[in-house]
Design a protein around this ligand. Sequence first.
Ligand SMILES: Nc1ncnc2c1ncn2[C@@H]1O[C@H](COP(=O)(O)OP(=O)(O)O)[C@@H](O)[C@H]1O
Ligand SMILES: Cc1ncc(COP(=O)(O)O)c(N)n1
Ligand SMILES: [Mg+2]
Length: 546
Amino acid sequence: MASVQPPPALLAPHRPSTAAALRFPSPTVSPRVSPSPAARPRRLAVAARAMPWPHVLTVAGSDSGAGAGIQADIKACAALGAYCSSVITAVTAQNTVGVQGVHAVPEEFVGEQLRSVLSDMSVDVVKTGMLPSAGIVKVLCESLRKFPVKALVVDPVMVSTSGDTLSGPSTLTTYRDELFPMADIVTPNIKEASKLLGDVSLLTISDMRSAAESIFKLGPKNVLVKGGDMPDSTDAIDVFFDGKEFIELRGLRIKTRNTHGTGCTLASCIAAELAKGATMLRAVEAAKKFVESALYHSKDLVIGNGPQGPFDHLFSLKSPLYKMGSLHKFNPDDLFLYAVTDSGMNKKWGRSIEDAVKAAIEGGATIVQLREKDTETREFLEAAKACVEICRSSGVPLLINDRVDVALASNADGVHVGQSDMPAWEVRELLGPGKIIGVSCKTPAQAEQAWKDGADYIGCGGVFPTTTKANNPTLGFEGLRTVCLASKLPVVAIGGINAGNAGSVMELGLPNLKGVAVVSALFNQECVATETRSLRSILMNACCRS
Ligand SMILES: Nc1ncnc2c1ncn2[C@@H]1O[C@H](COP(=O)(O)OP(=O)(O)O)[C@@H](O)[C@H]1O
Ligand SMILES: Cc1ncc(COP(=O)(O)O)c(N)n1
Ligand SMILES: [Mg+2]
């Protein structure tokens, strides 16, 4: 399916129905005559046809409870800005308790639906869900050969999370022999991967890797073994394999009963992202983030009395502050020149926090943290709100030191915590997946814990002796190197860094050392913008040399 094919010619010449012809009479208006009001809508409709709309066709079952299946697919694609047409393979009677009945659509009629959509509607990507019989899998394969699309995403739905069978064992061979070799990605959950491989047991990440490799040998270009149902796992870990490299996609495990439809949603999001032009790995990463965020925002919703509820795909409509863009917000390169404020210093120089932040950004700071240890909460919150506006208008992330409450109330981009503050995993629970979390670490063990807790970066120091933090042992270059080499997260160096020594820190050439964090060197100075500018050029020069 990889090659991009032009849309096939229509099966039969398109003749509009009488009703359509009445609503949209054929154009007769001369271009020189200004259109009558009645003609305007038609002209708009004609213009709109020229705009591309990423199009996913889902071939799946209907879930009467609307948490999974076709209903989940349409909502997921809509949330990500793709059009979703639907070929229904089965109608299920289903709720939050389980599946009470399945009524398969006759093969010929599945074929007819496929022909209707694929022959006319410029489908970019086909996503499959519940395919209840081998005959239906075959009809789909035939249709795809006749009407090729850019990509095929196969979610081999066999058993619902409630344990009910959605596709019998007779489909297994057809899946393996006919559909998988056409697929760009296959996304089994643990139970499905096990069934596809003859009931092997999958209990560890290493088992998931072996399964991904074995399924890859059946012919798809990529495999994602999903670990949502992995017992005793504190993270939600999926294993991606493209035939060369295994990538562990690790997400927060959201504590909620509302996980019905996660698999359908993930596959539809992958399809939507592919239709929008993403590469496969980026599509999978974005899809996983979407599921994580949707579960997080829906964790306390209640529909139905059974053990597995639906979640809200359109959560972003309810939280206007939550922007989809923030899903991809953290860029480790933002750690390059990290400005950390200090209330004492700004008071000494007669500056407000806002003025200090503006000046640091003007000088080229790439991320800002408000570290206001002695400011009253009300004053701190007001300053934080003002700084959020300043930073957002410059595209610079703003983090709050320690105070999760102030970060939430000001809608800052994240929080930085120390070893004696709230643990990073608790901060993550409160802030959700879209925000940035940093942790101060002095040892490899602390760095490992920060990674496990779901932090985005660590701050490592004090590299040099500092006056801004009491009782802070100095790590020196050796300590910094040890932590950097052990850390799975990007690192920013902190502690006594200034224009005189910043270059030597970057010249250590440690691969995950992304930048330096500075307090006094910027804010205990007369002109913050000038100091920031000169530090920035020192860092740039050092990076060019190392
Ligand atoms: N509680 C959870 N928190 C976060 N992510 C989850 C959770 N449960 C499932 N996921 C994610 O949802 C996606 C679908 O996985 P899974 O539930 O295993 O598939 P299926 O719905 O097909 O059984 C995966 O990316 C998985 O990691
Ligand atoms: C029609 C239909 N398709 C797919 C699923 C799988 O969803 P889940 O694994 O979340 O139960 C389902 N329950 N119903
Ligand atoms: Mg699931």
